[in-house]
Design a protein around this ligand. Structure first.
Ligand SMILES: C[S@@+](CC[C@H](N)C(=O)[O-])C[C@H]1O[C@@H](n2cnc3c(N)ncnc32)[C@H](O)[C@@H]1O
Length: 283
């Protein structure tokens, strides 16, 4: 990704930051299974020093801070100022003292070699400008035999939380050309793609696991529509170019597509993610 594209990505996340903060409670609840999956995979426990790359509005850093306890520590990182500010404010409001915040990009980590026990990254690797460099950086800053673990979305067709809305927009609004390496939620959905990047960057014992879970919350379609259309920069962009009547048509079509996932005031989508992990060489 060239610097201009990278800036565009970061600017989009800067605009998204207030919405991720606004919907924090629901996002935490909806994505709790992937936080748990990532923490279990990385075997994070009391006393560990953990680096979180692309921490966004604060997860998984905030959850890990409670797991590692006062003898451990968390270093939250994200290149977007708005994300760092909201995550830091949330940690302060919870009185967390074992967590530090640093504004930086995955491909240039401002830490000495062998600083952390574990590196994790939840739903962020898809937006890295140079994923191989980013994984090399992650391996550089962990101790020998330390673990790096990334969680990313699985295929679109296994994630109706996204497609029930995105597919309808795609029918009405032209999308930019599909580059499989462009920053996008599904950039690493193809099995083996992120694993190959970890191997290329020098990780050993690379493992890819499929995580199937439910995205659940007490929420109506109306609330879901607001959440999805506010959290996503590409949807906000598409909506801005639509007339009110067109938007109503799209919303109704999305409501029809998502209907079966909303029962008795509860939202319940099947979902699929991939956890890709590896070790730094012991040598
Ligand atoms: C989908 S959000 C995930 C945030 C959080 N980890 C979560 O799961 O809620 C993606 C995050 O990746 C961050 N990001 C984008 N480019 C990045 C880069 N080059 N290095 C590190 N993080 C990046 C964004 O700022 C954003 O906070």
């Amino acid at each position: 990704m060239n610097p201009e594209e990278q800036n565009k990505v970061l600017q989009a996340w800067q605009t998204s930051a207030p919405y991720w903060d606004k919907h924090r409670a629901l996002i935490t609840q909806m994505f709790a299974p992937i936080t748990t999956g990532l923490i279990e995979e990385a075997q994070i426990g009391v006393g560990h020093n953990v680096l979180d790359i692309g921490g966004g509005s604060g997860e998984p850093s905030l959850t890990i801070s409670c797991i590692v306890g006062p003898t451990g520590s968390v270093m939250y990182t994200d290149p977007v100022a708005g994300m760092v500010e909201t995550a830091q404010a949330e940690a302060a409001s919870r009185g967390l003292t074992n967590i530090e915040f640093r504004k930086c990009s995955a491909d240039a980590l401002p830490f000495p070699d062998s600083t952390f026990d574990v590196v994790v990254s939840r739903l962020s690797a898809m937006f890295f400008g140079d994923p191989v460099t980013a994984v090399r950086e992650a391996l550089r800053v962990i101790v020998k035999s330390g673990y790096v673990s990334f969680i990313v979305w699985g295929p679109e067709e296994a994630n109706p939380f996204f497609t029930s809305v995105n597919d309808v927009f795609d029918r009405f609004v032209e999308s930019s050309t599909e580059d499989p390496d462009a920053p996008d939620a599904f950039r690493f959905a193809a099995p083996g793609k992120l694993a190959a990047i970890l191997k290329n960057a020098g990780a050993e014992n690379v493992i890819e696991r499929q995580l199937n879970f439910q995205i659940e919350a007490a929420m109506s379609f109306e609330q879901f529509w607001q959440l999805r259309t506010e959290m996503s920069e590409s949807l906000r962009e598409k909506m801005a170019g639509l007339r009110p009547a067109q938007l109503l048509t799209i919303k109704q079509a999305a409501a029809d597509a998502a209907q079966r996932y909303f029962v008795s005031g509860k939202m319940n989508f099947p979902a699929e993610a991939l956890i890709v992990s590896g070790r730094k060489s012991a040598a």
